[in-house]
Design a binder for this molecule. Structure first.
Ligand code: FE
Length: 191
């Protein structure tokens, strides 16, 4: 059965082809736009949220209590971010997010999902064998580390709050934000 997201993807693709064929849209400009949301603008919002949480304990408490509201304090919100839950990595628990049904993702903080996040293989395996998946991402977690997998939905989107790396006391919020990656906030990396 086709998922709603597949249907949307097909419609968008048809629309894009029609616009390009009529010379109304430059495919290179479109690719740059998508790249911006997927790799630059999006994850940078999340990285600012993480850095604020690392440096401001009161903010971190609010973030874990009500993710959408605390993220809204920094000016981020909107589509696919209305009910955003932030899950914290700790010394004994590592979190991983997935959408087993389609590709639900916290757009306001992470931008567009990477292609692998939408792949059937990731969606199925992240739940069944998260440790094996994480290993393929280069993340070999100790056996005693608990792995929690969060299945996103149209109602709830998740974001991981990575652990602040050691020896970073001298860094300010902006420098800390620069260390945070998109994968760290999905949980396929530690930071
Ligand atoms: Fe989804």
């Amino acid at each position: 059965m086709a998922q709603p997201d597949d249907d949307i993807a097909l419609r968008v693709q048809a629309l894009e082809q029609a616009l390009v064929a009529k010379g109304l849209v430059d495919p290179a400009a479109l690719a740059a736009f998508v790249d911006a949301y997927e790799n630059r603008i999006g994850p940078k919002n999340g990285a600012r949220v993480v850095a604020r949480a690392w440096t401001d304990p009161a903010y971190k408490a609010r973030l874990l209590e009500n993710g959408a509201a605390a993220i809204g304090e920094l000016g981020y919100g909107g589509l696919q971010g209305e009910n955003l839950v932030v899950v914290e990595n700790t010394a004994d628990t590592h979190n991983l997010i997935v959408c087993t049904l389609c590709s639900c993702y916290p757009w306001p903080v992470l931008g567009l999902p990477p292609v692998w996040y939408k792949s059937p293989a990731y969606r199925a395996r992240a739940v069944k064998e998260p440790r094996a998946v994480l290993k393929e991402f280069g993340l070999d977690l100790p056996a005693e580390m608990q792995v929690r997998v969060w299945d996103s939905s149209a109602e709830i989107r998740y974001m991981v709050l990575p652990r602040r790396p050691a020896e970073t006391q001298h860094l300010d919020e902006r420098e800390l934000a620069a260390m945070v990656t998109r994968d760290g906030m999905i949980g396929t990396a530690t930071i």
